[in-house]
Write a protein that binds this ligand. Structure first.
Ligand SMILES: *Cc1c(COP(=O)(O)O)cnc(C)c1O
Length: 384
């Protein structure tokens, strides 16, 4: 007896393998940190988004343990039904203050925050204009909404302007601040200016900027962007903050509107209070230890100078995300496997996460790396 396969899963999986696009998960046997245990081996981790080394920080762990003792583990229901604790509330207030906005609203993940915001704001006939390389969650938010999706060429103001002139209003423009697979930064001040001229709202996804740019406060601080310039800000807590979850920050009206209308906010269980406590502890560390952001910058500088001197085909980036363009997916897998043999964990990023024929090694740096880690990676890359 053979189970029927109307969706042709076996063929579709085989096609993925044939194209070197098949993905497999690595099973870790240690906390998320600069040096991890995997398959009984110690690997130097250049694949994580834990940019400040907070995911395994003792104070973050202690805060979540303490909160679990005080508040129990599960949150019990959605924020609106009964799941909103004092810790969730305090975290919203602290996040709003940290990024310089009147209010903030927690979401369980960044993916859900992006889906929730875009689908709540846009009604039939409205337009959302997005960078072609935006994170999947922003693009999926547009698909879920009743609005029209228009895409412009990556970081191209002329292309954005063209879309804006054709778009039926109201218009939301959405962009990553730091692009997750490229590491480059959107021209946010110019975009804000253009959006204000065209009476469009700008939404910025700062998943890779929060904790890294603006002394850790994110892109709004780095580029001095007012509430009028960026009415919708989204930040995540699972990357540089080493925790889990996300938030949207903006005006009183925006937040109240999302509480009433964002379906991925309303129809889901709130994050456990201990997770909120972990994020609060991360914020404490961020303000008490500005050296982490500076150290990350120093290591980024060390890596980019070294890579430049060796003539490596790096994509231009001044952030913690340093992609080395390989193009061919099979070759990217080979390089990643060779680095692994030398104890260096660097992910091969392939389509559909990146455009066709744009496979790359995505190297991420962390304040938890040593200078030796960075130098050893450069040595290994140079010998390829
Ligand atoms: C990771 C990421 C998200 C999703 O955040 P999660 O909290 O992991 O769901 C959204 N946008 C960008 C740009 C990201 O890199």
């Amino acid at each position: 007896w053979i189970m029927s396969d109307p969706f042709q899963l076996a063929q579709r999986l085989q096609a993925r393998r044939d194209q070197h696009l098949y993905r497999q998960r690595r099973v870790l046997e240690s906390p998320q940190q600069a040096h991890i245990q995997c398959d009984g081996k110690t690997l130097r981790n250049f694949s994580s988004n834990d940019y400040l080394g907070l995911a395994n920080h003792p104070a973050v762990i202690a805060a979540s343990q303490q909160a679990a003792v005080e508040y129990g583990f599960g949150s019990g229901a959605s924020h609106l039904v009964i799941g909103h604790s004092r810790l969730h509330h305090e975290l919203e207030e602290r996040l709003a203050e940290w990024v310089g906005r009147p209010r903030a609203l927690l979401f369980s993940t960044g993916y859900m925050a992006n889906l929730g915001v875009i689908s709540a704001l846009l009604e039939r006939g409205d337009t959302v204009v997005q960078d072609k390389l935006n994170h999947a969650s922003l693009l999926d938010g547009a698909q879920l909404s009743r609005g029209q999706l228009q895409r412009y060429q990556h970081n191209d103001l002329g292309s954005l302007q063209q879309r804006l002139q054709q778009a039926s209003s109201p218009v939301l423009v959405a962009t990553d601040s730091v692009f997750s697979m490229d590491g480059d930064i959107a021209p946010l001040q110019d975009m804000a200016h253009l959006c204000q001229q065209q009476n469009a709202w700008l939404m910025v996804d700062d998943a890779h900027g929060l904790g890294v740019l603006g002394q850790g406060h994110g892109c709004l601080r780095e580029y001095d962007l007012s509430l009028e310039q960026v009415p919708v800000y989204m930040g995540t807590l699972g990357k540089a903050l080493g925790s889990y979850g996300a938030f949207v920050a903006g005006s009183e009206d925006l937040i109240e509107f999302l509480i009433q209308s964002a379906r991925s906010y309303i129809y889901t269980t709130a994050m456990p209070p201990s997770v909120a406590a972990a994020s609060l502890a991360s914020l404490d560390i961020l303000s008490a230890e500005p050296w982490r952001v500076e150290r990350l910058q120093d290591l980024i500088g060390r890596f980019t100078r070294g890579a430049l001197a060796m003539g490596l085909p790096m994509m231009p980036s001044s952030t913690a995300i340093q992609p080395l363009l390989v193009n061919d997916s099979e070759r990217a897998l080979q390089l990643s496997a060779q680095l692994l043999e030398r104890g260096l964990l660097v992910g091969a990023i392939r389509p559909p996460t990146v455009p066709a024929n744009a496979a790359r090694l995505r190297i991420t740096l962390s304040a938890a790396h040593s200078e030796q880690d960075v130098d050893d990676l450069l040595d290994a890359l140079a010998s390829k």
